[in-house]
Design a protein around this ligand. Structure first.
Ligand SMILES: Nc1nc2c(ncn2[C@@H]2O[C@H](COP(=O)(O)OP(=O)(O)OP(=O)(O)O)[C@@H](O)[C@H]2O)c(=O)[nH]1
Ligand SMILES: [Mg+2]
Ligand SMILES: [Zn+2]
Length: 355
């Protein structure tokens, strides 16, 4: 059984619960199935559904509970079941655009302090992909930690580490091995008690294996090395776990794509080195193309900045502009729908009055 503090509760949430709905207590979302949730509280685990009113009021998917959310829920008498009455305001959230064509936000984890971006040293590291992860992470309000796992399988980890550090300004980079335990204590230090960390990254990089190491138990299923199931995801749901006396961790299924939802400030933070260089360009609105006295191009010429990184920044900026436009369209459509409904309701009311 865990205390509220073990589960990551704190003043930010306490101040939102001065007036509790009748019989409701704080619980945290530990797992999310289709429309049902597993909640944890000091009274144990509860299977929960969301109250109809809450569903009705939700404007988008992001309004509904996600793993890591704190909720106020009412227990049903005599059963380990509960009804969600309210979602508390989020302190931070890691979100992406849902996969595919739809313009909707998916919350991958809520109320997190640390995002552990995991990559594996036994494969070709995709630096462009790491940049995307970091942009999304910085925007969550949590601090990224870059974990290069399977260091036991790498011949020259130091060289790779230097390359990674160049695309991750201001980010702590750790080399770990879930197989030998190397680097795991350093990671544990980054995850103090009361904090929440979410693990993200491609399938097979070792997210669940690292969590098992941290928890010192084989809690999470990991891919059987002998099984020839390449491409299959081992972890299939987002799931919260409590490290005894330490942090709360959230394991997630490997991501195939991570589309930006709202890398507003995050994008600039992920590319802080380029933004800083841009401050020294002759033109304030320099596009770092053919302009004279461009500090960014000068850095590329001198080898201080890799041209691929500038291209990556531009690509993510375009993606961000595109999604911002889509969001505006969606908002307008929602607004129109609301007014049509109001007009319909008014007509219906007038009609019934005439009768
Ligand atoms: N040699 C070595 N193997 C590792 C290490 N970490 C994980 N593995 C192996 O890599 C495979 C994948 O590990 P998982 O922990 O299942 O990977 P995951 O990131 O959780 O994958 P998904 O759940 O599919 O997203 C397993 O066979 C692990 O035993 C490591 O540090 N060194
Ligand atoms: Mg896993
Ligand atoms: Zn420039």
């Amino acid at each position: 059984m865990y205390s509220l503090e073990d589960l990551g509760w704190g003043p930010f949430f306490a101040t939102q619960t001065e007036r509790l709905p009748d019989g409701a207590t704080p619980m945290r979302v530990a797992e999310e199935q289709r429309s049902a949730y597993t909640l944890w509280s000091p009274d144990g685990a509860f299977e929960a559904v969301v109250a109809g009113r809450l569903l009705h009021e939700a404007k988008g998917r992001d309004d509904l509970p996600a793993v890591g959310d704190w909720l106020l829920a009412r227990r049903l008498p005599g059963e380990p079941r509960a009804v969600v009455e309210r979602r508390l305001r989020r302190r931070s959230a890691l979100s992406r655009k849902v996969a595919g064509e739809r313009t909707d936000e998916q919350i991958m984890a809520a109320n997190i302090d640390v995002v552990c971006v995991v990559a594996s040293l036994n494969r070709e590291l995709n630096l462009r992909r790491l940049e995307r992860y970091l942009a999304v992470t910085w925007d969550s309000g949590a601090t990224p930690v870059l974990i290069l796992n399977k260091v036991d399988l790498s011949e020259d980890p130091q060289k790779i580490l230097r390359g990674v550090e160049a695309v991750a300004p201001g980010v702590e980079v750790l080399a770990t091995s879930a197989a030998t335990g190397e680097g795991v204590e350093a990671l544990r230090t980054a995850l103090a008690r009361g904090r929440t960390a979410v693990f993200v990254g491609s399938s097979g990089v070792g997210k669940s294996s690292i969590i098992n190491r941290l928890i010192e138990r084989e809690t999470q299923d990991v891919k059987d090395i002998r099984a020839d199931d390449k491409g299959r995801h081992t972890t299939t749901v987002r799931q919260m776990l409590v490290l005894p006396g330490s942090a709360v961790v959230i394991d997630t299924p490997g991501l195939r794509e991570l589309a930006i939802w709202d890398a507003g400030e995050g994008l600039g933070q992920a590319f802080a080195d380029i933004d800083e260089l841009a401050g020294s360009c002759a033109f304030r609105d320099c596009s770092h193309g053919a302009e004279p006295d461009c500090a960014v191009q000068a850095a590329i010429d001198s080898g201080d900045l890799e041209s691929g990184r500038l291209a990556s920044y531009r690509k993510l900026q375009r993606e961000q502009t595109f999604i911002a436009g889509k969001k505006d369209q969606r908002l307008r459509a929602q607004e129109e729908k609301r007014w049509r409904q109001i007009a319909r309701d008014t007509r219906a009311r007038l009609k019934s009055r005439r009768r």
